[in-house]
Design a protein around this ligand. Structure first.
Ligand SMILES: Cc1cc2nc3c(=O)[nH]c(=O)nc-3n(C[C@H](O)[C@H](O)[C@H](O)COP(=O)(O)O)c2cc1C
Length: 174
């Protein structure tokens, strides 16, 4: 399958099957995430994850989501909290593109997951202070989003996206 076809088929479901994910699956996804480009190769991304079968860990991550996201994620196969370093390790200055770089890593993870037949659904709706306290996130790092992962069996729910001419301008803004 062409990469563009994998990208075009991606969508974020709200329902997942009961099928579990394995530790190996997650390691592959994080390997893909970690290959992303980043400013000064700082790799400011970090990921904290829990598989549903590891009940205590899963419950703790689940409690880091806002109510609206807790409802539909009770039985997802895995949860991930994404975290970024706010400063450059090399000089302590603010890393103004850390969020961008974390997004690149999540993009890689998303593409790898899609190629493996794994669906995911990202969430901005987290309770950052819960994540900091419950997941032992150190000073200088900021939890940003969560990701629900699992398998999906229903109909495709690919959303309409803006056409290329609306998002890419040749020469100057049009
Ligand atoms: C950074 C980010 C934050 C999101 N936050 C939430 C969220 O808190 N709750 C939710 O149900 N969906 C959330 N979504 C899912 C988006 O609503 C979804 O990706 C969007 O509607 C486009 O659908 P698609 O992913 O199927 O193309 C988020 C997606 C992203 C990328």
């Amino acid at each position: 399958m062409e990469v563009l076809d994998v990208i075009k088929d991606r969508f974020s479901p709200y329902e997942f099957t009961d099928k579990q994910l394995t530790e190996n699956d997650l390691q592959t996804l994080f390997e893909a995430a970690g290959k992303a480009a980043s400013a000064f190769n700082e790799q400011p991304w970090r990921f904290i994850y829990a598989l549903r079968q590891d009940e205590e860990e899963f419950k703790t991550l689940h409690e880091c989501l806002v109510d609206g996201n807790q409802g539909w994620t009770k039985n997802v196969a895995a949860l991930v909290i994404t975290v970024m370093s706010k400063t450059y390790a090399k000089n302590g200055n603010e890393n103004t593109v850390a969020m961008h770089d974390l997004g690149l890593a999540v993009g890689n993870l998303t593409l790898q997951a899609s190629a493996m037949g794994i669906h995911l659904h990202q969430m901005a709706g987290i309770i950052p202070q819960n994540a900091i306290d419950k997941l032992n996130i150190p000073e200088g790092f900021q939890p940003l989003t969560a990701i629900a992962l699992g398998y999906y069996e229903g109909d495709s729910d690919v959303k309409e996206k803006k056409p290329v001419e609306e998002i890419a301008f040749k020469g100057k803004w049009k």
